[in-house]
Ligand binder design. Structure first.
Ligand code: AMP
Length: 176
């Protein structure tokens, strides 16, 4: 992966959705066919030897690379969604975000103890969303949990929330 080119391709939108947030817009990565392929190939290389059985994507920007990667890894794809969207019995957890609070849900039959799980989202900010997702996944007692982001906002130190048994990787790193 050409990290410098990928880093420059992400669009920074100041003061969205509220003043003070430097919003990292990943649509400028995904609309470019060559960059989309580069990301898909690069992420496949990162995880191809880990024995991943399920890729879990967080609504909604985790639903773009998540299924692409699942197909490449010959793994299943599982969505984590906002409340009221999943139709069958769910587990739910609430958490605080860089802006506001939220809850997420997963189907109770989505995973099992034999799974090796790769959790994916577009961006690590405070880490609250992904930490909540990890707590949901732990309810299933999978063999191993990997965590992946396209983007990490390093200054917010979200990575420090995760215990050492969780392998956290991000592709592009920004100060803010
Ligand atoms: P957090 O829980 O603070 O790590 O926030 C991560 C979630 O909020 C991800 O799903 C991101 O899509 C979104 N998010 C938070 N901050 C930003 C930002 N500066 N730019 C783009 N998305 C963000």
């Amino acid at each position: 992966m050409n990290i410098e080119r990928l880093t420059k391709t992400v669009r920074n939108v100041p003061d969205f959705p509220i003043p003070g947030i430097q919003f990292k817009d990943v649509t400028t990565l995904f609309k470019d066919a060559n960059i989309l392929k580069e990301l898909s190939d690069g992420m496949y290389e990162m995880y191809k030897n880990k024995g991943i059985t399920k890729v879990v994507g967080i609504e909604s920007r985790g639903f773009i690379m998540g299924p692409l990667l699942a197909e490449r890894l010959h793994a299943g794809f599982v969505p984590i969604r906002k409340p009221g969207k999943l139709p069958a019995a769910t587990y739910e957890i609430s958490y605080s975000k860089e802006y506001g609070t939220d809850s997420i849900q997963i189907h109770q039959d989505a995973l099992n103890a034999d799974d090796i799980v790769l959790l994916h989202d577009d961006l690590l900010a405070t880490g609250g969303t992904m930490l909540a997702a990890v707590e949901l996944i732990k309810l299933f007692h999978p063999k191993k949990i990997y965590v992946n982001f396209l983007i990490e906002l390093e200054d917010l130190k979200g990575r420090e929330l995760f215990s050492p048994d969780i392998e956290v990787e991000s592709i592009l790193k920004y100060d803010i």
